[in-house]
Structure formats: structure tokens, C-alpha cells
Design a protein around this ligand. Structure first.
Ligand code: FES
Ligand SMILES: [Fe+2]
Length: 380
């Protein structure tokens, strides 16, 4: 799992004036909509006794109160009130949780999960369809018992479609993937791949039958780091552009959020049909990715065999390796979402840790991946 990226953690329409728990990189966060409409995002782990702030309530002027002893934290993560303290007693500087920058864009809530200064942060992908009135969006989500890199590679992978999706999307009679060229930059790679899917069935099929039959469909397929796949299918009657967010809940559980844009049948009446198609394709992939072994994507490129048609996935694995060497990897030992009982909690470090050297010693929870001397274990 990679820190130091903007992660789309929730659909914007799902966030209101009630604290909401979201999970990413094996850590829980609390998000809520502030009075001015902006969204705040804090580590969900109260530094007092580890209460889940997301079970608390909004209080005072834009603060959140922990459900356990009522400590209140502002949107910057600083504690502003400790109810058990008599009036006049100060608030310790260590009474703070990590706060993460948030941008609401393209219908999603993007939280920057890392401590890079603003100018060094990788970009949020550009999604031109969102502002284009010719397109209409549908939103769908599900959780999968598989690692997010397995689910990400699955959607990038064009060669599986005839086998996993049969005639729903693939074409078992035309399984070859012509060689393709990859374009992109440090944060994204994509390719135009020629596929020969059969005509769609049902509602979309009616539209397809009115157009001349094309031999190929161009599918622009690509990834945006850290966890998004774009699938742009140029159907004879219009464009279907899916953005698939693979949100790592833990090592082996992924929340998949899909935003699907189409520029045909743009009435609300056709939304249900579009969602059903996305769901059907996804449910065909589910058993395959949930049963891949090893569960986690190998670090070593030679641990699995690649062929030409896997070039997009190989590009992903190479780039991920570079970022690991930069120290951006968050490993499995740091997961604190309750899958395994632990005695220590670590959190994704937030920018305030770097921005404010005075606070450097103020953090109670260690940052993930930080190496410290192991404490004596005699008390265990
Ligand atoms: S655990 Fe949060 S206030 Fe005590
Ligand atoms: Fe698939």
C-alpha cells in the first residue's frame, strides 16, 4: 500500500453533518462536512484511550467529540477541550490527532494520506467527463475479499475478458490482444487496446443494432497511481468511461468504488440498467480475484510470468517498486483496523508532522513504517 497520494475515500454525496468512518491503507479515518461545506478528515484514533472518533458527535464550533470521554478535536486535529479537566487547566500539546488535507472533486472526497508538502504531492487524476454535460454518471460500490493490487490489475488486464466475462464483454472466439503502445507519465499509464467484444444485449443492444457493425472496439485502459483504473470503452453508439477506485481497507479486503460515465441514454431512467451491467461484469471477476494466490502482489517481477499483453501491469509493478524504494510503502504489520488484535497503533503521518517542527515530538501514535528501538518486552 502506498502512502503520499490523494485517495478518493468516499462519494461526496455520502458525506454530511454526521461523522462518518472511512477506511484506507489499513487505517480508519473520520470525515465530516464542516459548517462552510468543506470536509474534514482526521485519524479515527483518539490519543486518550483509542476511542473511535467516528462514533462521536460534532460539537462546539466545527469540532468532533470523542464518544468515550468527550475530548473535542478541531478540523486541524488539535484537541480544544478536555471535559474532565477543571477550568483553567491547559491542554497538553500531545493531545492531537493527525489531520489530512481534503479536496472534493469529481463527486469524490479525496484525502491526502501522507506527509508531503503541497508542492510535492502527486496529482489527482483529471476526469474530463465529470464536467462534460454530454455525460451522465452512475455510482456503484462493493467490497471484495482480495488485495487491492489484485483487483486493480484485474481491471487493467484486457486478456482475461473472453475467459472471465464470456460473451458479456469478451469474445471467446477472438482472445488475441494486438500489441499496444503505452503512454503516460510518472503517475499514470494507458494504452489503446483493440478488442472484439460481441454486441451488447438488452437495452444497449437495441442501440448497437442501429449502427454499422465495427470489427473492433477501442478500449483505452490504464491506471492512475495509486489505485485507480480507467476503462474507456468506445462502443459503436457512444462512450462508456469507468473510473474504478480500489481502496485498500486492509491487506486482503478492498472497497471498490466505481463511477461510470456514459454519453448515450443519458436519462435518469437508464441509470439502473448501466449499474446492472457494471455489477454483472464485476461479479464475474470477484471469484477469480478472491482466489488468486499469493493473495498479495509479489514485489519481485520474476515471481510471476508476464507476456506482451501484460505490459500495463508490468509498468505498474515497476513504478510501484520505485516508490517503495522512496519509502512510500506501508506494510502489513501496521494495519490497525481490527482484523488482528494489537498492542500498538501506528498511523499514516500527516503533513503537520513536517510542517511544524515544534510539534515533532507531540505525536502519541507513531507513524507507519517508522523504525524505532523495540521497547523492553518484560511487561508482556
Ligand atoms: S478515548 Fe477519546 S476521550 Fe478518552
Ligand atoms: Fe474483468
Amino acid at each position: 500500500m502506498l502512502k503520499n497520494f490523494w485517495y478518493a475515500v468516499e462519494f461526496g454525496h455520502a458525506v454530511g453533518r454526521r461523522p462518518r468512518k472511512v477506511t484506507c491503507l489499513g487505517q480508519d479515518f473520520v470525515i465530516w462536512r464542516r459548517r462552510d461545506g468543506r470536509i474534514a478528515c482526521l485519524s479515527d484514533l483518539c490519543v486518550h484511550r483509542g476511542g473511535a472518533l467516528s462514533m462521536g458527535t460534532l460539537a462546539g464550533d466545527d469540532s468532533i467529540a470523542c464518544p468515550y470521554h468527550g475530548w473535542e478535536y478541531g478540523p486541524d486535529g488539535g484537541c480544544v477541550k478536555i471535559p474532565a479537566n477543571p477550568p483553567g487547566r491547559g491542554i497538553p500539546s500531545k493531545a492531537r490527532v493527525d489531520a489530512y488535507p481534503v479536496i472534493e472533486r469529481y463527486g469524490m472526497v479525496w484525502a491526502f494520506l501522507g506527509d508531503l508538502p503541497e508542492e510535492e504531492r502527486p496529482p489527482i487524476p483529471h476526469i474530463p467527463q465529470h464536467e462534460d454535460p454530454a455525460f451522465r454518471a452512475v455510482y456503484w460500490e462493493t467490497t471484495v475479499d482480495a488485495n487491492y493490487e489484485r483487483t486493480l490489475e484485474n481491471v487493467v488486464d484486457a486478456a482475461h475478458t473472453p475467459f472471465v466475462h464470456g460473451t458479456a464483454f469478451g469474445n471467446p472466439d477472438r482472445p488475441e490482444i494486438p500489441d499496444y503502445e503505452i503512454t503516460g507519465d510518472d503517475w499514470h499509464a494507458e494504452a489503446d487496446i483493440l478488442l472484439s467484444p460481441p454486441l451488447p444485449k438488452g437495452l444497449w443492444g437495441a442501440l448497437a443494432r442501429r449502427r454499422p457493425r465495427a470489427e473492433h472496439v477501442v478500449v483505452s485502459n490504464g491506471w492512475y497511481l495509486p489505485n485507480i483504473v480507467k476503462l474507456h470503452v468506445r462502443l459503436p453508439f457512444g462512450d462508456l468511461v469507468l473510473y474504478d477506485h480500489n481502496i485498500p481497507l486492509g491487506q486482503n479486503r478492498t472497497l471498490v468504488k466505481i463511477v461510470g460515465y456514459r454519453n448515450f441514454f443519458t436519462g435518469r431512467w437508464a441509470d439502473g440498467n448501466a449499474v446492472k451491467r457494471i455489477e454483472k461484469i464485476f461479479e464475474q471477476d470477484r471469484p477469480v480475484v478472491e482466489n488468486q494466490r499469493p493473495e498479495l502482489l509479489p514485489f519481485d517481477l520474476s515471481a510471476e510470468l508476464h507476456i506482451r499483453s501484460d505490459a500495463l501491469q508490468v509498468a505498474y509493478r515497476r513504478r510501484r517498486r520505485q516508490l517503495m524504494d522512496r519509502g512510500w510503502w506501508v506494510g502489513g504489520d501496521d494495519i490497525v483496523t481490527g482484523d488482528v488484535p494489537r498492542r500498538e497503533a501506528t498511523v499514516i503521518p500527516s503533513p503537520a508532522r513536517r510542517d511544524n517542527p515544534d510539534l515533532a515530538r507531540a505525536w502519541v501514535h507513531r507513524s507507519r513504517g517508522e523504525t524505532v528501538n523495540e521497547p523492553a518486552r518484560s511487561a508482556e
